[in-house]
Design a protein around this ligand. Sequence first.
Ligand code: T4K
Length: 368
Amino acid sequence: MNEPIFVTQPFLPPLEEFIPYLRKIWDSKLLTNNGPFHRQFEDALRAHLGVSQLALFTNATIGLVTALQALRITGEVITTPYSFVATAHSLLWNNIQPVFVDIDDRTCNIDPAKIEAAITPRTTAIMPVHCYGTPCDVEAIQQIADTYGLKVIYDAAHAFGVRYKGESLLRHGDLSVLSFHATKVFNTFEGGAIVCPDAKTKQRIDYLKNFGFADEVTVMAPGINGKMNEFQAALGLLQLEYVGHAIARRKQIEARYRKSLTSVEGITLLEPTKDTDANHAYLPIFVNPQFPLTRDELYRRLRSANVYARRYFFPLISDMPMYRGLASAGAQNLPSARKISEQVLCLPIYPDLSEQDQSRVIDLIMVT
Ligand code: T4K
């Protein structure tokens, strides 16, 4: 049996380059709570991404929960059913009701044309996801938000480094939340960040992620522990040196998949988005009825050959037990999301994927 190939594999820098960082942590005994690596990484990342302000987090899920707290969001929030569960879970953890709106099947992102019909007097915000790193229709979403006085919090877990119309995609909306989980384009083992436009908002987010402490004796809100530790921050600093190379490798791998698979009848890929410098975070393919196998048959064929493609995102969040009772979770409300979630398969893509391993994946799809 061949070696397993997983949907992703974390990129790590050479271990010997990380050792000096570890030595500094050992010597200083500063392990967490806004230590020197945290401060350096926050500055370096802000410059790298080209954003005004950001606050580092221990992971994106706590980042999303805190982002909602930071803007005092309540009532109902419009979001997508086609995402990782953390998106909607962050709403439930804040006692907010998610309202699911269908996606545009050309982008897999929330369809702005369907947002207005879902707005009620209780709606306070929109939480779209830049799914697979593909930019949402940020202009249309902002226009709706401005018209109805809603906040916009982007779940940008997939969107590290994506640029849109020449600037960071993360500059759109009121807040954007990044993930640096092991499976992401840029990882700090686990980690995340909230990108925000101004120092005052960052200050509130920094208090909230540290239990609400404003100083030794003043607690300004019921905050949480969302702090990134020094090990994560040190790795982040080092990873910044390599992320350009990692994204370039992903681009090559995606190009080869596209070249090989576009001619396969019944398999489609997302069109590259206009005006976008992509990060090639995921490689979703869609298995249409013209393909000789169903999506699940293809998934099982790959698995039996030790290739672990993943059905991101199946099932829909709106089909999960804690969401399926909501009126907006009804099947008739979400036809595109349902169709896409039944056709999608994310193929292995990561910087160290060898040409030979990629050929194994491609051959399993081409042989019908
Ligand atoms: N919003 C969105 C839109 C998201 O996609 C996510 C996370 C979040 C929010 C929340 O972000 P964080 O709170 O995690 O920062 C994975 C990840 O755990 C999750 O972070 C990610 N989305 C989601 C799309 O994928 P699983 O359950 O599929 O991961 P897992 O453990 O099966 O890993 C996939 C493959 O990656 C493994 O088969 C092997 C490889 N792998 C994984 C890990 C963790 C490694 O080789 N090494 C590793 O350390 O959820």
